[in-house]
Design a protein around this ligand. Structure first.
Ligand code: ADP
Length: 459
């Protein structure tokens, strides 16, 4: 087992990794930017290294600074969390070259899944149902028009190297295709450094369903069931739950089995999430795989009792999975509300100092956060402040627990999305489990501004 892990991240996820490492008796090294000196992950790590100025490009995305920090402190592994460098095949490769274990999949798998057009092809080959779409990147207007005509409108143009719900364009008529293609290519180039885009059939009002998997280095892969993340705003998740209120045991077994086989086919190791859209007829189609820990991994932990971060560390250290598919049981239901430092009406970021903070405990409540009274929510990073999770014997109990937890939560000094969550939980459709990615349209107060203002953490 490792002796010391460097955590190449900040905020609640850095603390989450510290929790797992401590329970395993492993020392931790926190890295931090000059803006984060007083953050809790710096306080609770065994050792700390300042890696640069506040801007993430110069600190949390600075591979040389992170590798140097790991070498100076004698770390034998790096956990990248989510966001930042968590899906950087380059960091995984540099780690390999420096004999530091990267806690995540191999550089090869990260690269494959990071190119969504290639990932679609690989999944199709492995027998996973994918959404109809272009076979690879679409680089001309003629080709785009041809693909879209074959698929039938509406279609969606997506950046091959995209993420975080950004850079997608829905096209409803042939007349709009050429300009959408040009804009999407330009945006993809600017945001992700690669201008490749591909076209997919656009599904109206789908559900977002994703499977959590774990794979060790001995050929064992299991799935931990599905999560439903249909409550989104501008393609970014707000509320996630496990299991999906509409998935049957049979569907779980069937799609879970397909995902496990596909993961084995690409030699997937460590934790990963295979994302699907479910159309209104109940068909599920693969959209992408994320080669990292997800923000919403906690709801799966609550219903399975498996500590995914500890498993990631054990797997990276070369241990075999200690359980088989048949040992995994889904117990009750869990929900997560992402509390962001944002205006609850406009969703504009609301950084600042939290001057009063109190959260309730009680049965079935888990809160993953870096927040406390007098802490600063920095304008430099994403706006996720806390993940409030509740677990109940069933979905009704989990919802009741979430409502009373939100009612008893006090966060003052900054604006948060708690009022948004309260409204969602009151909706009859939510209570009945009638979810879709279009759910939030009912609350729209304004035409969304171009470009997107929300800085919510990546999925
Ligand atoms: P990202 O990597 O940017 O998060 P995803 O491919 O995971 O992008 O998609 C994010 C969200 O965008 C989905 O959960 C869904 O709401 C929406 N979306 C993506 N592809 C489609 C599609 N083909 N049809 C309808 N909605 C889509």
């Amino acid at each position: 087992m490792f002796k010391k892990i460097l955590i190449a991240n900040r905020g609640e996820i850095a603390l989450r990794v510290i929790c797992a490492a401590r329970e395993l008796g492993i020392k931790t090294v926190a890295v931090y930017s000059q803006a984060d000196e007083h953050q809790l992950h710096v306080r609770f790590a065994d050792e700390v290294v300042c890696i640069g100025p506040p801007r993430s490009a110069e600190s949390y995305l600075n591979v040389p600074a992170i590798i140097s920090a790991a070498e100076i402190t004698g770390c034998d592994a790096i956990h990248p969390g989510y966001g930042f460098l968590s899906e950087s095949a380059y960091l995984a490769e540099v780690c390999e070259a420096c004999h530091i274990r990267f806690i995540g999949p191999s550089p090869h798998v990260i690269r494959l899944m990071g190119d969504k057009a290639r990932a679609r092809r690989a999944m199709k080959k492995a027998g996973v149902p994918i959404l109809p779409g272009s076979d690879g990147p679409v680089d001309s207007e003629e080709r785009g028009l041809k693909v879209a005509k074959e698929l039938g409108y509406p279609v969606i143009i997506k950046a091959a190297n995209g993420g975080g719900g950004r850079g997608m364009r829905i096209v409803r008529t042939p007349a709009d295709l050429a300009s959408a293609l040009r804009t999407a290519t330009r945006e993809a180039q600017a945001a992700f450094g690669v201008g490749d885009v591909y076209i997919e059939k656009y599904v109206e009002g789908p559900r977002h369903i994703e499977f959590q998997i774990l794979g060790d280095h001995h050929g064992n892969v299991v799935h931990l069931g599905e999560r439903e993340c249909s409550i989104q705003r501008r393609h970014q998740k707000l509320i996630e739950e496990a299991p999906s209120p509409v998935f049957t045991e049979r569907q779980r077994k069937k799609l879970g089995g397909i995902v496990v086989d596909a993961a084995k086919a690409v030699q997937y190791t460590n934790a990963g999430t295979f994302e699907f859209l479910m159309d209104q007829q109940g068909n599920t189609f693969f959209i992408e795989a994320n080669t990292r820990l997800q923000v919403e991994h906690g709801v799966t932990e609550l219903v399975t009792g498996i500590d995914i971060v500890k498993e990631q560390i054990r797997i990276a250290a070369g241990e075999k999975l200690s359980f088989k598919q048949g040992d995994i049981e889904i117990r009750g239901a869990a929900i997560e509300c992402r509390v962001n430092a944002e205006d609850p009406v406009t969703f504009a970021p609301s950084p600042g100092v939290i001057n009063a903070y109190s959260v309730p405990g009680g049965p079935g409540v888990r809160i993953d956060t870096f927040a406390h009274a007098d802490c600063t929510v920095s304008p430099y990073y994403d706006s996720l402040v806390a993940k409030i999770m509740t677990h109940g014997r069933d979905r009704t109990e989990a919802i009741a627990r979430m409502k009373r937890t939100l009612d008893m939560t006090v966060v003052e000094g900054i604006k948060t999305t708690i009022p948004v969550h309260k409204r969602i939980l009151e909706e009859a459709d939510f209570v009945a489990g009638r979810l879709s990615t279009a759910f939030m349209d009912r609350f729209a107060v304004e035409k969304p501004a171009a470009g997107g203002s929300s800085l919510a953490a990546a999925g």
